[in-house]
Write a protein that binds this ligand. Structure first.
Ligand code: OGA
Ligand code: NI
Length: 332
């Protein structure tokens, strides 16, 4: 069996044993559930997404970011469009530039690339094909998860992100080599590429080139480097899935550190539900004596509150419910 999800102590320094999920092996569903519980993070292999498609999209992405800044800023915008250094509108900055796009199936790529690129059609086509393939893989992963959890029907989770009108996003990030890191004065310090945060959606799917930088935060608070692997996809549980599993799955805190020598290019598909979707713990996952840990909210409410917060904020905190246990303590 090709499933690797080891429960071993993670060294404080060095690389962690990131769970690896083989999509061609149906029994991976158990390792998948365990990875979502223990880490909120896993790597997917044998995913069936064409290496050629991914490399064309990476090539077009690099072309885009190689344009002069004056041209890239022609497509600057909020929430969608080009951005540089500033992440969101609440003061977060990082050593990163990015292009953020709506990934609804029927959204097209909009008027984002008017006449900037040599071949805008290639970029557009690669984006469309990529969104379709990654969305399909995401649904397959969510169906394996529901199977692993023993929930019926199988599409309980995947249907949230498979409709035409779901609020999914595609983000292309470029982290240029950071000259500060090689300067003696700053040699030993971390330079933040993308500050620590959790992703608010259901689940996120990341693919990067072979430049390191991504780190995840373990439950003991330590940061572990994720060895890059350009042929695999990395999934992380989002806040909404943490809520739907009543805290059983962990929305993993992660960040990117800048690299002194090489540029990092990543593409992240954030699978989100429709704006009106209600997010609440699934009753089929709860035992009678379990208490709901979160107040119910709609995705639109949560998205707004995430847009209005800082990256590192614990955005779920305001939706946590006071449990009977808390009340007992208060009354003491
Ligand atoms: C993000 C993110 C990681 C990366 O955009 O939410 O976590 O490697 N990015 O760019
Ligand atoms: Ni993220």
């Amino acid at each position: 069996m090709a499933v690797l999800s080891k429960q071993v102590a993670v060294p404080k320094s060095g690389f962690s044993p990131i769970p690896v999920i083989d999509m061609s092996e149906p029994e991976s569903k158990h390792a998948l559930v365990k990875a979502c519980e223990d880490f909120g993070f896993f790597k997917v292999i044998n995913h069936g997404i064409s290496a050629e498609l991914v490399s064309v999209l990476e090539h077009e992405t690099v072309e885009f970011f190689s344009l002069p800044k004056s041209e890239k800023t022609l497509v600057a915008g909020y929430p969608f469009g080009y951005g540089n250094s500033n992440i969101g509108r609440n003061g977060d900055v990082g050593w990163v530039e990015y292009l953020l796009m709506n990934a609804n199936l029927d959204s097209g790529s909009g008027p984002l690339f008017p006449s900037l690129l040599k071949s805008p059609g290639n970029f557009r086509n690669a984006l469309e094909e990529y969104k379709t393939s990654v969305r399909k893989m995401t649904c397959d992963v969510l169906e394996m998860i529901t199977d692993g959890l023993g929930i019926k029907p199988r599409n309980t989770l995947s249907k949230l992100v498979s409709d035409q009108n779901t609020d999914s996003i595609l983000r292309l990030n470029h982290y240029p080599p950071c000259p500060l890191i090689n300067k003696k004065t700053n040699g030993g310090k971390n330079v933040i590429g993308f500050g620590e945060h959790t992703d608010p959606q259901i689940i996120s799917v990341l693919r990067s080139n072979n430049t390191s930088g991504l780190q995840i935060n373990l439950t003991d608070g330590s940061w572990v480097a994720v060895p890059p692997d350009h042929s695999s996809f990395f999934f992380n549980v989002g806040d909404s899935l943490q809520v739907m599993t009543n805290g059983r799955f962990k929305s993993v805190r992660h960040r990117v550190l800048a690299n002194g020598d090489k540029s990092r290019v990543s593409m992240i598909y954030f699978a989100g539900p429709s704006l009106t979707q209600r997010i609440a713990p699934l009753t089929c996952l709860m035992d009678n004596e379990d208490e709901m840990l979160y107040e119910e909210f709609t995705w639109s409410e949560y998205r707004n509150s995430a847009y209005n917060s800082r990256l590192s904020d614990n955005r779920l905190q305001q939706f946590e419910r006071k449990t009977t246990h808390d009340n007992t303590l208060l009354n003491d």
